[in-house]
Design a protein around this ligand. Structure first.
Ligand code: FAD
Length: 446
């Protein structure tokens, strides 16, 4: 009996329920990845990182199976059914994909496989609690984070497991792998990629003495205090790993539970993982909210899209607004492919409330430049900052870039690192805040 393990956003061997299921009952597993032409829209940074993650996965498979990842180029809805036929595989195993594109793709693949008596088996997901499982008593989904997170915690997650030693990899399929796609030049240094690198990052985060305040605490124990300080390495920087599934969130949650200490840092860190699950759930329930306002009542707010709006956007994207913390964030993004969460909120608020541009412009720029670019977290992070999305972040709450800087970069070292030159603000924040509120009032008639 032969099965296909079709890897997508679960690019690891340990603790991979779909892989375990693919190899059950002694089945011979063929590991497959499809290089989908739609990836080209991802931008060079994310694509180069994917290249590195796939290379790492291929190496790990080779080291234990003697055979590598089978790569195919093309539309997966054609490639996977054809490959299943070619290999005479009885089933194709996947970790479930809940994104709008992934769901549609998988429905087509499942139907095509079914036509030839084969099955697509979804086992596991990239989330601690998969979308659709945290519901109110009346069976409807949550649109507000705090009650969601309480039920999320109560729902709980499965225990992680190691990859079984006796998994049988198919080394004699006679199927050639196509070449890997060329790694685009991202123009920046990317973080180390793959399962091993993800575990190392996690170890550094939980290791005592790692906290950026020089105490003997670990970074996770100091997380609640230091996570909002962009000048410090106060967060885990695991977002690209979680994005591609080189580590699963339940591995992190189980380690925290097992440590038994339960510091406030642990609780705050795990609620960030809950945010990730929450946004995936919101996108699952409302797929159209990827690029449209979650709250359609705000559709009528006037946004600028003319030539002068484009010119403002260019200043924002280059980090030349003259607001230190905004420019520092945008330059950090261009230089590293990552931006601190506090600063993501500040630059997003600035684009929407000070420049009056559509949040979608900023979200698209982020998706092109972030190593961790993820549709659910990014676009709902943007909607949160824009005030058009979930939760208690109403439109009229406008971030002040100057006070944010004073509060979170007190000694100025973050801004200095990225913006060494003197700056001249491109606009008057107070006046633009008034303008944002005026537009809100016009749209809502209040
Ligand atoms: P940590 O603080 O160590 O958090 C641990 C993990 O929790 C993160 O890796 C991430 O998976 C998750 N997480 C943390 N904060 C959030 C959050 N607010 N929403 C959802 N998940 C969260 N995150 C992405 O992974 N991809 C994106 O494309 C993305 N775009 C964003 C855009 C905007 C406008 C905003 C405000 C936030 C965005 N985030 C995004 C969320 C957050 O900024 C990043 O996850 C975080 O900065 C990654 O760094 P870290 O791994 O060190 O985070």
């Amino acid at each position: 009996k032969r099965t296909i393990m079709w890897f997508r956003r679960d690019l690891r061997l340990a603790d991979n329920p779909a892989l375990l299921a693919a190899g059950a009952d002694g089945a011979e597993v063929v590991p497959v990845f499809v290089i989908d032409p739609t990836f080209e829209a991802s931008g060079d940074v994310r694509l180069a990182y994917l290249h590195d993650v796939l290379t790492a996965l291929d190496e790990s498979i080779r080291s234990i199976a003697g055979t590598g990842l089978v790569l195919r180029h093309g539309d997966p809805t054609a490639v996977i059914p054809a490959l299943a036929e070619e290999l005479d595989a009885s089933a194709v195993f996947v970790s479930r994909d809940y994104s709008p594109y992934g769901r549609e793709r998988d429905a087509v693949v499942a139907e095509a496989l079914d036509g030839s008596g084969r099955t697509l088996r979804g086992v596991g997901s990239p989330y601690a609690v998969p979308p659709g499982n945290v519901l109110k008593d009346d069976g409807t989904p949550y649109a507000v984070f705090t009650p969601f997170s309480k039920v999320w915690r109560r729902t709980g997650w499965e225990r992680p497991f190691a990859m079984p030693d006796d998994l049988r990899w198919s080394g004699s399929t006679g199927v050639d792998s196509e070449p890997m796609f060329d790694r685009p030049d991202p123009g920046i240094e990317l973080p180390a990629a793959g399962e091993r690198a993800a575990l190392d990052r996690w170890q550094r985060f939980v290791q005592p003495g790692g906290a950026a305040d020089g105490t003997d605490r670990s970074r996770v124990d100091a997380y609640d205090e230091l996570r909002d300080r962009p000048a410090l390495t106060g967060t885990s920087q695991l977002s690209p790993d979680l994005k591609w599934g080189t580590i699963h969130p339940r591995t992190l949650l189980a380690d925290l539970d097992a440590s038994g200490e339960g510091s406030r840092g642990h609780t705050v860190f795990s609620s960030e993982l809950a945010w990730r699950d929450f946004y995936s759930d919101v996108l699952f329930q409302r797929p159209e909210s990827a690029w449209n306002n979650l709250n359609p009542k705000l559709d009528s707010i006037e946004v600028d899209t003319d030539a002068s709006a484009r010119a403002k956007f260019d200043l924002w994207s280059r980090g030349e607004t003259g607001f230190g913390i905004v420019d520092a964030g945008m330059r950090q993004l261009s230089a590293t492919g990552w931006m601190h969460n506090r600063v993501r909120m500040i630059v997003a608020s600035f684009l929407v409330k000070d420049l009056h541009l559509p949040w979608q412009w900023g979200a698209r720029w982020f998706m092109q430049h972030l190593v961790d670019g993820d549709l659910a977290s990014n676009n709902h992070g943007w909607q949160w900052a824009a005030g058009t999305g979930t939760d208690a972040a109403p439109y009229f709450r406008v971030f002040n870039p100057t006070t944010q800087r004073e509060r979170y970069d007190r000694d100025g070292s973050y801004v200095e690192r990225w913006v060494p030159e003197p700056t001249e603000p491109m606009l008057d924040h107070k006046a633009e805040r008034e303008e944002a509120l005026r537009r809100l009032a016009v749209a809502t008639g209040k």
